[in-house]
Design a protein around this ligand. Structure first.
Ligand SMILES: Cc1cc2nc3c(=O)[nH]c(=O)nc-3n(C[C@H](O)[C@H](O)[C@H](O)COP(=O)(O)OP(=O)(O)OC[C@H]3O[C@@H](n4cnc5c(N)ncnc54)[C@H](O)[C@@H]3O)c2cc1C
Length: 265
């Protein structure tokens, strides 16, 4: 809820949107599923991004370009995304809440919101996605840095490199299949090594650097990788203690590595 909201804008160019967003109390509005549902006294005007036309999904040389206004349903149903990267992206999008939510929620809103749990963000992280920001000094930053540093700015697209040879897998544990995960892990294993990311282990979804380092030293060693995950200090809440989350992350690390290798955990 935005109790002090007084102005609504729908700019048609990125420049106009950036000018409006520089004003005090202005917030970008994409799908609105989070912004309009979260109490915030500071927001006085919303800048609706929908007229900017950033809803394209494009296969470009060496990468996939996903406009920031692509909805989670667009991602799930796009023929360009279907089957890409071992179907990791499409499957992760499908798990992001009910379809009424996925029909409206956008990729840009998800990234900017930096949630602690998101299977889609974990999939994007292991695929090496980058964030394209609009503005005079238009820049591209690794998604990993965007999530950890929160640089702000107006997101116009996500760039996802085609991963080439390799395979991916993702696993989650929740109270029910329909509930948000308590913890989740995604992995991409290719000739260049293994990349893993997890949610439910900190303030935002993150790469599992200690596990990746352990695997670089002992490729394919699931037990070592699972042990390396035990260094995490996940925050506790009503859905799971620190100890439970840590133990489950180790289990999921083992499972995703086995699945990516086509083995049973
Ligand atoms: C029923 C329900 C289920 C949900 N399930 C999940 C879930 O399973 N997983 C999950 O991760 N989240 C979930 N959420 C949280 C949230 O809805 C999502 O993170 C969603 O993707 C946000 O997208 P949006 O387009 O609605 O963003 P908005 O609500 O429009 O915006 C969210 C934030 O991002 C900013 N923003 C939006 N677009 C941009 C942009 N292009 N550039 C810069 N800033 C921008 C806004 O200013 C705002 O601060 C759920 C929410 C609801 C209501």
């Amino acid at each position: 809820m935005l109790p002090n909201l007084s102005d609504y804008h729908r700019p048609e160019t990125p420049e106009a949107a950036l000018d409006l967003l520089r004003q005090a109390g202005a917030a970008a509005l994409a799908g609105g599923t989070s912004l309009l549902a979260t109490p915030d006294d500071d927001v006085r005007s919303v800048v609706d991004l929908q007229a900017l036309g950033w809803r394209a999904i494009q296969a470009q040389p060496g990468r996939l370009r996903l406009g920031s206004l692509v909805t989670l349903t667009d991602l799930e149903t796009s023929p360009v995304v279907m089957g890409a990267a071992g179907d990791l992206l499409r499957q992760a999008a499908r798990h992001a809440g009910p379809n009424t939510h996925r029909n409206v929620a956008t990729l840009g809103g998800l990234v900017a919101g930096r949630p602690a749990v998101s299977e889609l963000l974990a999939a994007l992280l292991v695929l090496g996605a980058q964030v394209e920001l609009a503005g005079p000094s238009a820049s591209v930053v690794p998604l990993e840095d965007y999530l950890s540093q929160a640089p702000g700015g107006l997101l116009c697209a996500l760039l996802v490199p085609w991963p080439g040879a390799g395979s991916g897998a993702a696993e989650a544990i929740g109270r029910t299949p329909a509930d948000a995960p308590i913890v989740h892990v995604a992995a991409w294993v290719g000739p260049g090594g293994a990349r893993l990311a997890a949610g439910g282990v900190g303030r935002h979804v993150t790469r599992l650097a200690a596990v990746e380092t352990a695997l670089a030293l002992a490729p394919g060693d699931q037990a070592t990788a699972a042990a390396a995950a035990a260094v995490l200090e996940p925050p506790a809440d009503f859905r799971g203690s620190t100890e439970y989350r840590r133990a489950m992350i180790s289990v999921l690390v083992r499972r995703v590595l086995a699945a990516a290798a086509g083995l049973e955990a």
